[in-house]
Write a protein that binds this ligand. Sequence first.
Ligand SMILES: Cc1cc2nc3c(=O)[nH]c(=O)nc-3n(C[C@H](O)[C@H](O)[C@H](O)COP(=O)(O)O)c2cc1C
Length: 210
Amino acid sequence: MKILGYLGSPRVKGLTGRLLQSTLDGAASSGAEVKRIDLIKCSIKFCMGCGNCYSKNPELSIGVCPLKDDMAGILEEYMQADGYVYASPTYDMYVTALMKMFLERKIAFTYKAKEDAGLFPTPRPGVAVNFTKKASMIVTGNSADEFKEVMGDPCFEAMEGDLIWEQIDTVDTLYVGGVETIPEEVLAERMDTAYKMGKRLVEEIEKSRQ
Ligand SMILES: Cc1cc2nc3c(=O)[nH]c(=O)nc-3n(C[C@H](O)[C@H](O)[C@H](O)COP(=O)(O)O)c2cc1C
């Protein structure tokens, strides 16, 4: 089983990255092969809205984007994996622009025929997985834990957006607030929660396939 973790923080050694790593370590301890993708190190260009990827080649699993960057490879690897961990700090009460760029480019997993104008796009072949893949999510913010609803929830919703047509459920969401001044013992507790999330992600994927 392969689990991929996507880091939307530009600070690869920041707290979001540490929490993501802990979740991946937990998944690895349960037997998964894990890989962390620091989006800041990837070449991901802005979606230019040309529609090429979603309006042509319905037979392909990934629509063809004219932009020359790392995204085609990232999407191919995504298709091969069994589970995902999305991690982003909240910036201006939403996911970072870095995470959003990645999420927008996942539109290449969808297809929409001209006659379907006004309707939702549909998943391309092999993209909708009937809930046999799962995801978990981490959001960090300076605002304390009690602001999860305003700071965390919009980010979770953004990251879950595409998962609806991929037919992938979210297993856990973790908001870690007050990161500027988080006491060591609280951080240790949160790292442990993140680790257990990784273990649970593997268990839930296994269960969905029994
Ligand atoms: C541009 C910017 C906007 C931010 N906006 C918010 C915000 O709306 N709410 C919040 O709680 N924290 C906000 N923060 C704080 C970040 O969420 C915090 O620095 C981040 O969780 C730290 O994660 P990292 O260690 O991975 O960088 C913002 C930080 C930056 C740089």
